[in-house]
Ligand binder design. Sequence first.
Ligand code: SF4
Ligand code: SF4
Length: 400
Amino acid sequence: MVDTKTLVEKGSKTQEKKTPGAVGLLERGAFDQLFQVLQAQGYTIVGPTVREGVILYDELESPDELPIGWTDEQEAGTYRMQKREDEALFGYTVGPHSWKRFLFPPKHRLFRATRGKDGFDIEEDKYDGPNYAFLGVRACELQAMAIQDNVFLGGDHVDPHYRSRRESALIIAVNCGKAGQTCFCSSMGSGPKAGTGFDLALTELISKDGHAFLLEVGSKKGNKIFKKLPIEKAGKKEQKAADAVVAEAEAQMGRQLDTEGLKDLLYRNYQNPHWEEVAEKCLSCANCTMVCPTCFCSTVEEMTDLSGDHAERWRRWDSCFTMDFTYIHGGSVRQSTRARYRQWMTHKLATWFDQFGTSGCVGCGRCITWCPVGIDLTEEARALRASDQGELQTGMQAEA
Ligand code: SF4
Ligand code: SF4
C-alpha cells in the first residue's frame, strides 16, 4: 500500500519518497507464485490482457491471461497488435486504458436518496470493492498517479472515493523494455524507468540464457510480497542486463517534446492563428481526454425513479472538449473547437504548473495514438514554437 499522505506531503509535491529496498531475481518458471502470493494476501490482480484487439487492463486470475508474446505498434491515430518473437509477458508499451479507471472510475454512484417521513434520507456510497494489486504499471503511469494524487488528495478537499481505492492498492511497476513511436516520457522526465511510487518493480530479462525478472522492492508492503517469493540472488550481471533493457526503451522513444520555456510559450501564443489550423482537423471527440491518465474532469448526473421517492447522484468522466462542459446560463464559454483544443493543450503543458506545480502531461503518447485524426501535441507544440520564433512567417514569405 502506498501512503497517500506521504505522497502528497513529502519531497516534490507528488512523489513518494523512495524506500531503498532489496533486489533479487525471479525466474519465469516461478512467476506464477507472484500471483499465488498476491491472491493469498487478498489482492485482486489487475493487469494487461488481450481483449478486443488491444492490450487493456482488467482483473486477472492467472499469468496465462497476460499478453504473452504480444506487442503493439503505435503511430498517430494508429494502434496494431503484433506477435513478438519471444514469450515476453510485458513486451508492449501502453494501451488505451490507464489505471485511473480503477482509482477514478468512468462512472460511479456518489449517493442514494430515499424519501422518508421528514424529507430525504441520504446514503453515501463508500468503497467496499477489492484491494487491487496493479501489475504492470509503467514509469509514466506512476507519474500520472502521482499527479492525480495531487489533484484528488492534495489541498483542503480530499476525494474520499479516490482515497479509499488508492490507499488499498498495491503497485507493481514494470520497467519498459520497448518504447512506442508515440512515447515521449524521457522528455517529460517520467520514464522509461520507474523511479518512485511503487511497492515492487520488475524488469523483464529475456536472453539466450533464459527468462527472468529483476525485482526491486520499493516499500514495506512490497517487501512482504518479495519475502514470500522464491527469489534468487541478483548480481552485477543481472543489474547490467536490466539497465540495458531500459536503455533500449530510451533509445526507441518515438517522439520528443522540447519543454524549454514551453509554459511561457503557450501563454504568449494564446491568439496564435495556428490554433485555427488544429481546430480544422480536431473532431472535438474527447478521445484524448478519455485515454489520458491525468485528465480528471467529471460531471454529476441525478436520476430519479417514476415515484419520485428515490434518487441517485452519479459522477462520470467529462471532457473539456464537450460543449456542455463550460455551459453556464446563456451558453458555453468555449464555443469553438479552437478554444477547446487550446484550453486542453494549454492546461496540460502550462496552466497545470500554476494550478498543481507539475506538468499535466507524462508523455505516455495515448492522446496521439487514440486521436482518430492523428493530432499530435508534440507536433502542435513544435508548430507553435516555430511560429513564435517567426520561422513559419519567414517560410511563408519565402514561398510567396
Ligand atoms: S496529454 Fe497525451 S501524452 Fe500527455 S499524459 Fe495525457 S495522454 Fe499521455
Ligand atoms: S485532438 Fe483528436 S482525440 Fe482530441 S478531441 Fe480532437 S480529434 Fe478528438
